[in-house]
Design a protein around this ligand. Sequence first.
Ligand SMILES: *Cc1c(COP(=O)(O)O)cnc(C)c1O
Length: 232
Amino acid sequence: MTIAENIAQVRRNIADAAREAGRAPEEITLVGASKMNDAAACREAIAAGIDVLGENRVQEMLQKYEQHAYDGAPLHFIGHLQRNKVRQVVGKVELIQSVGSLELLEEIEKCAAKQGLRQKVLLEVNIGGEESKSGFAPSEMMGAAEQALKKEHVEVCGVMTIPPVETAPHANMVFFHQVHTLYVDMNEKLFHNKLKYLSMGMSGDYADAIRAGATMVRVGTAIFGARNYGAQ
Ligand SMILES: *Cc1c(COP(=O)(O)O)cnc(C)c1O
């Protein structure tokens, strides 16, 4: 299967899940999670009509950026972001999806101010409460959003989550519903319903995420094939 064929298949699945949930397929933004795939693969995905490409590692992103891997599509940062790397990302990507601490938020504010721009972000929630994952606890999300609203150079566009690895089919449905509830509540109470993005769902569970209200899914393996971690 080619990248283009995979994207077409993912789009069909997205459309089915959206219709099942009574929503329009066009409401769902498809982010290609292109980590460990080269610039040629990124270009292939863009040519096949991917909406956005998302990268996880700053170094890899900068390298591929130099190689014009992302020309023609918006770029998002979706991975864990260290504070000392923020300045390499701010202004370069349309959206930083993975803002999971107030320290990170403050650093983004500083770097964006320096560049005289407003950086769009999503607030990341650690819905499974996993030690190994970054993100705000669900109970911290409202406070984090209030802090973000005070920052002149940061614009919150929504919420992102990475739930635990599924141990059984549909096991994450409960998490997706929880995050959707949180998103709707925050959107209503603090953002006049102007938030656009609820980013959740990956190759194994994006259909469920859409059924639970996702407006953005991040799909890697189902588009680019299995990542070869051994080769690194
Ligand atoms: C790699 C990655 C994805 C995509 O994962 P797949 O299971 O390969 O679809 C989505 N989101 C984030 C944050 C990722 O790091």
